[in-house]
Ligand binder design. Sequence first.
Ligand code: ZN
Length: 510
Amino acid sequence: MPSILFRNASVTTMDTRRPVAQAVLVRDGTIAWVGQEQDIPLQRVDRIIPCGGATLLPGLNDAHIHLLALASSLRQLDCSRGAVASILDIQGLVRATAQATPPGQWLRGRGYDEFYLREQRHPSQADLDAAAPSHPVRLDHRSGHASVLNSLGLELVGIGLDTPDPPEGVIQRDVDGQTTGLLLEMGSYLSQRMREFRAPEQMTEMVSETSQALLRWGVTSLQDASPENNMERWRTLRAMREKGALQQRLTFMPGIHHLAQFTNAGLAYGAGDDWLRLGPAKLVVTLTTGVLYPPEEEILALVRDAHRNGFPVAAHAVEEEAIITVLRAFQASKDSWGSSPLPDRVEHCSEATPKVQMLLKATNAMVVTQPGFIYESGERYVATVPPEKQPWLYPLRTLRYLGVPLAAGSDAPVASPNPWRVIYCAVTRRSADGLALHPEQGLPLEDALRLYTVGAAAAAGEGGLKGTLQAGAPADMALLDRHLVEAAPDDLLTARAVLTMVGGEVVWEM
Ligand SMILES: [Zn+2]
C-alpha cells in the first residue's frame, strides 16, 4: 500500500488534544503522523497530495442507514416532494412506467408525503388502479411506516375483505369495510409476502452505485439499522463486500427478532472484521396505531435477552411515550444484569422532552439523531406536532449541554443519504423552504461534525481512535472541495469530497 502525505490542508482532527493541524502522513492503512507543515517528518513517501488549504477530516460515518433499501430505491419511482406535487403527478408516473413494463410485474414507488401533495391525502387503491390496472403497485410513504397498494397488489400479498389486521399494523378500511389501499406499519408483513424477483447481479450493481455516491460525499463507514437484518442479509452484504461493490466499512445491526440466528451460529457482538462487523440489536417500538408495539413486557423481554447475549440494543423510538418505555427497559435490564459498558442507543429520539432528558442521563444511553428530517419535514412538524412539544424536537444543543452522547445518521432512504444535508440541519435547523425549527437548538459546526465521526464511532462500540485523525487511527478520511470553517452555513449543503480514503486506500478521487 503506498504511503501518502497530505500537505497544506486545514485538518479537522476530532482529537481534542490537537483539534487542528496542517499535514497528515498515511502508511500501511493507518495514520502515522499528524502535525504542522514545519514538523513534517523527513521520510520518503510514495505520493504527496497538496490540499490548497481545503478541509481534511475523518471519513464520515452514517450511524443509521438502510443500505439495501437505499440501493433498491434507485430503481423505484421517485414520488418525493421534489419530484411530484400531486396524486395526479404520481398517477402519471405510474401510468408511464406501467406502459413500459410487462403486465404482472411489481411497480414500486417511494417517498410520497401526503402533507406536501396538492390533494392533502394519501393516494388510494382506486387512484393506483386507475393508473395501472394490470400491474401490482406499491407506493411507500416517505417515513417508511405506511404503504399504499392497488387492488392487484393487495390480492398478491393476500389482503382481502376479511383479512384481520396484524398485531403490529393497520389495514385501513372505509365506512363500508372496503380496503382503501393504505397500510400502516406493515413493511415487514409486505416484504415476507412479496415475490419481487431481482437477480443478485442487479442488486450488486445497485449497491455499488449507492456506495460510490456515498464516497463522493466523503462517507467511509455505515451502520445498517434494518429490523429485517437476518443471517441471509449478513451473508449477502459480506458477498457485496468481497466483490468490491461495497467500499465503506459496515456495522450490521441484527434485527432483534433474528438475534438467535447469530448467537446460535456463535456470532457475538463485534464479530466479523474491520469491514463488516456485527453491531447492536435493532428493536423497533412504534406508537403509530395508537398503542405501543410491541407491548411493554415484550420490549423488556427482548432487551433482557439481547443484553444477556452480550448485545447492546438500538431501539427505534420517536414519540415521548415510546422513548420513555425503551429507556425504562434499558434501565431495568441493566439493573438485573449489572451495569453494562455497552452503548444502548435510542434511534431518532424525536420528542426528547425534559422527562426523556432525565432518563437519558440516568441510563447513559446514546441518542442517534436524524436532523435531516427537519429539512424534509420542517413545515409538517410545525403543523402537526403539539406546540408544547415542538421545542423538544431533536433538541441537540440541550442534549449536548447535558452530556448525552450523540451520533447522527441519514436514515436513508427515509431521508436523503447526503451527510452534508444532515450536518447543515444540525447547525441551522432549516427546512428545504427555509423555515427554521427552534434554531436555538442548532449546534456549532465542530459539534455537528462530531455526530458523524467520533460520535458515530462510539455508537457502533468503536470509540477511541476511529473517527479521529491522530497517529494510530485507521486512515479513513475525506478531503473536501472547500475550507469548511470559512464557508457560510448554506455552503454546507453542496460540500463534496474531492478525495476519499478508506483504510489508507484512495477509493474516490475527483
Ligand atoms: Zn431507520
